[in-house]
Design a protein around this ligand. Sequence first.
Ligand code: ADP
Ligand code: MG
Length: 280
Amino acid sequence: MSPARDETTPGVLLAHHLKQLKLPTVLREYDKVARECAQGGLDHPRYLLRLVELELIDRERRMVERRIRAARFPAVKSLDTFDFAAIPSLNKMLVLELARCGYILSRENVIALGNSGTGKTHIALALGLAACQKGFSVTFTTAASLVNQLMEARDERRLLRLQRELAAVKLLIVDELGYVPLSSTGAELLFEVFSQRYERGSTVVTSNLPFEDWTSVLGSERLTGALLDRLTHHVSILSLNGDSYRLKTSRSRRGRAERAEQNQATADPHDPETGEIPPA
Ligand code: ADP
Ligand code: MG
């Protein structure tokens, strides 16, 4: 190696090697951190430690982001934005406990039941996000979409692969069981998914229907019984019964707008006809 090359290439070589080692944060930060450490009089081990820590923090963040993308959430929602006071039927302590993800380690299930607009999807999304942050793989889907995917996979002779994928994910979230009645094949395929995950992985299900009405979606009483048997063996049930949050907020928005209009009408001293302020 010629001395000239030796002088000009460390940066280039370092960039190459760090890329190969997949240490993008070390690459991005080493120069800046070196200057900071020199200023602060930190020795080489401390410099290296600081760089490695930055890489670890960034790597964890990148992995969480990757898991969130892989989960295919329709929206990213967390418990921070959930107003528990709006839904007193929901056991807040239980939800906070579930967000710690212990149930995923013990392969237990969660079922959220309640009428439309009460926050079931929000809670399911928040539990999914918490799981991603804790390092678990997550898949989010609706019952209708899951059944469509299964039927399509069966027609294309790749059902086994899809079933394996669905069985392997640490947390499967099946939203909106109950809005669409399923064909008998669809119901059987869905049953197989739950059955294959039984005591192997956690499943979160949300439904607008109480258990006694699940037969109307799944068609057969026998299948519904067998499905509920597996799903509810180790389960936390969240009950969300109350007014639709959607309706409530749009009503209060409308109410606020109307009140603002009235206030304006009473506060504005101008005569609406002439535009003049009438004498008191
Ligand atoms: P569901 O799935 O039960 O029909 P969603 O979870 O889709 O209801 O809730 C409807 C909308 O209202 C969503 O935008 C959701 O984020 C919001 N929402 C529902 N309940 C609450 C709540 N208690 N606090 C904050 N937002 C809520
Ligand atoms: Mg929903």
